[in-house]
Write a protein that binds this ligand. Structure first.
Ligand code: SD4
Length: 327
């Protein structure tokens, strides 16, 4: 995608055809994130694949579904199809040739659900939602999460690597080098923040994690406060990038806490990312992207390095943008 493409406005007419979102088309100031969009639905999602996910989330909102439903169903689009191989069962495997998935969902009532290191589940975000809705727990992992998936009819069964996964894994095995790089193709979690027309907010994350990770490795995506966070008094945030950095600094929680103390989304984004920069070697030469949505609909995105794209969905349609880098 060229930079020009990245800021091209995608016509909203197809997306919203037949749907009723009874709000004015956002002004340029509202779209920039600086002006509040009171009572208007808004969705932000990470990376280029955030666009189809955002389109789906907006369609869910237009059909009258909640922010929580939109956050779940939006990211399912990428779980089903992810050419980047960073989400869902088509994701790159770990170093033992096994695909393990992490996902989490949270709403603004303080409820959350998550799963980590699960195999054989096509829609880990739906499983995370069931953990939230149908268990007294917040996080299920590994075989326990898979057993729960079976009982919920969400386990799709063991499946061998597809030819492309097999080829890439075998190629990696030749060198067995594992050194995460900024903006490498294996940092592409789909994360989403949503505010519906009633002002309800939700966030979701789903990923196959880092390619060629150690078996059992879990990143930030299923961890509340790290990969995602929602506070009804402030707003919501989602992170993508190197989980080992984010989970040690609770980047999403820091961003939302800054909103709570009165910072704008742009300030909250910058401050949370600066905490990573302050960490020195831990965050040197790695990528972390952050999207922040305040309760009033103002929003911002930022990243440690250039190249982090995100989708913005409003009543006017879905646009792709590149976030400013702080490093
Ligand atoms: C992880 N944060 O497992 C995820 C990976 C990611 O964009 O976000 N990639 O560390």
């Amino acid at each position: 995608m060229t930079r020009r493409d990245s800021v091209r406005l995608v016509a909203g007419s197809t997306l919203l055809a037949g749907c009723t979102i009874p709000h004015h088309a956002p002004t340029a100031a509202e779209l920039s994130g600086a002006m509040p969009m009171i009572d208007a639905p808004i969705v932000l999602a990470t990376w280029n694949h955030g666009k189809p996910a955002t389109e789906r989330a907006l369609a869910e909102l237009a059909a009258g579904h909640s922010a929580l439903d939109a956050a779940e169903r939006g990211v399912m689009v990428v779980e089903s199809e992810c050419p980047d191989r960073s989400v869902g069962l088509q994701g790159w495997p770990d170093r033992d040739g096994i695909v393990t998935l992490d996902a989490a969902i949270m709403d603004d009532t303080g409820r959350s659900g998550a799963v980590a290191c699960v195999r054989g589940v096509a829609h880990p975000i739906a499983l995370a939602r069931r953990v939230m809705d149908r268990t007294p727990h917040a996080l299920l992992v590994g075989p326990g999460a898979e057993a729960f998936a079976r009982s919920e009819g969400l386990h799709t069964g063991a499946r061998p690597l597809d030819p492309e996964q097999e080829r890439a894994w075998r190629e990696w095995l030749r060198e067995r080098q594992y050194s995460p790089r900024a903006n490498s193709e294996n940092h592409d979690t789909i994360g989403m923040v949503v505010r519906d027309a009633k002002g309800r907010m939700a966030a979701s994350c789903t990923t196959s994690g880092l390619a060629w990770k150690m078996h059992g490795r879990v990143g930030d995506s299923p961890l509340v406060g790290a990969g995602l966070y929602v506070d009804p008094k402030a707003g919501a945030a989602v992170c993508t990038g190197l989980g080992e950095v984010v989970m040690r600094k609770l980047t999403s929680c820091i961003a939302v806490e800054r909103l709570r103390s009165g910072a704008s989304p742009a300030e909250a984004c910058r401050d949370a990312l600066h905490r990573l920069v302050e960490a020195g070697p831990l965050a040197a030469n790695v990528q972390v992207g952050l999207i922040v949505l305040a309760k009033d609909g103002t929003h911002a995105a930022g990243a440690l390095q250039p190249g982090f794209t995100y989708a913005l969905g409003t009543a006017a349609g879905v646009t792709l943008h590149e976030a400013p880098a702080v490093a």
